[in-house]
Design a protein around this ligand. Structure first.
Ligand code: PAF
Length: 279
């Protein structure tokens, strides 16, 4: 497995790949877990060479967020990638990736107004900017993202379409612990008690999903039920619990088309997100 620390080194490798080979790409910020490895494994089954990027992107963190304490276990990440048959890791230094006078940003207007976009201003502009730049560098045929970050995945899908990027963006179902807790690099921040309480998130989502399967279409009925179940787990703060349209991510009153139930909830200082797709 190759490890590239500069864009130039990666580009030399990419140019030397025989033309018949296809490249699958899994962008990450490291602290890899089984969810990332599932993306890598899907990519490996679809493409001949899988590239994983590991880059904690300063542009997508707000001033009071966890950029400096975000976990960076590079050796462990590289071992996981190597065992998973990844062809190359691109782990650029921030100074190589963003020149000191960097001033070009990409914004997908509209979809970033809701859910996490409302509570993390500038976050999605940071994500779309870094991912577009990574796509240009990596030159993938396919790129793989997890459903846990559904808003990110749908915004990036729209960017691919709006900018006529020549790649196929795939969304892979969330990987969960046996308790139902969605895997996330931020779960390492949770103490054992918070981790147990946080299982209320997936339980509330699955209860709402089964009510929807039985015919409940009222957003208020579904989200109020979720709120009650989550409040019983003594969260530190509920950021949002919402029913939104899959197409626009705007809040809806009635679930009469493809919808998402999505939430962001704090346990201690850790903000967790999760969702289910309906229809
Ligand atoms: O999902 C993530 O880990 C990040 O938002 C991404 C897509 C790697 C961009 O920094």
């Amino acid at each position: 497995m190759e490890i590239f620390r500069t864009i130039a080194e990666y580009r030399d490798w990419r140019k030397a790949l025989p033309s018949g080979r296809s490249v699958g790409f899994v962008p990450t910020m490291g602290a890899l877990h089984a969810g990332h490895m599932r993306l890598a494994s899907e990519s490996r089954s679809a493409d001949s060479d899988t590239v994983v990027s590991i880059f904690v992107n300063p542009l997508q963190f707000g001033p009071s967020e966890d950029f400096s304490r975000y976990p960076r276990p590079f050796e462990a990440d590289a071992k996981l990638c190597s065992e998973a048959g990844v062809a190359a890791i691109l782990a650029p230094e921030a100074a190589d990736f963003y020149p000191a006078d960097f001033s070009t940003y990409v914004e997908v207007a509209g979809l970033d107004k809701y859910l996490c976009g409302a509570s993390r201003p500038g976050h999605f502009r940071g994500v779309t900017t870094v991912v577009l730049k990574l796509f240009h560098i990596v030159q993938p045929h396919r790129a793989w993202f997890g459903q846990k970050d559904i808003q990110q995945a749908l915004i990036l899908k729209k960017m691919v379409r709006d900018m006529s990027l020549d790649l196929d963006l795939r969304i892979v179902p969330t990987v969960r612990e046996d308790s139902g807790l969605a895997l996330s690099s931020r779960n390492v921040y949770l103490n054992p008690d918070e981790k147990t309480r946080a299982t209320a998130l997936s339980k509330a989502l699955f209860t709402a999903k089964s009510a929807w399967e039985k015919g409940e279409r009222s957003a208020a009925a579904l989200t109020n039920g979720m709120r009650r179940e989550i409040e019983a787990s003594s969260p530190t703060r509920i950021d949002y619990i919402e029913a939104v349209s899959q197409a626009s991510l705007a809040p809806i009153d009635t679930l009469d088309g493809p919808a998402v139930l999505a939430l962001a909830v704090f346990y201690g200082k850790t903000r967790l997100i999760d969702n289910v797709l309906l229809g």
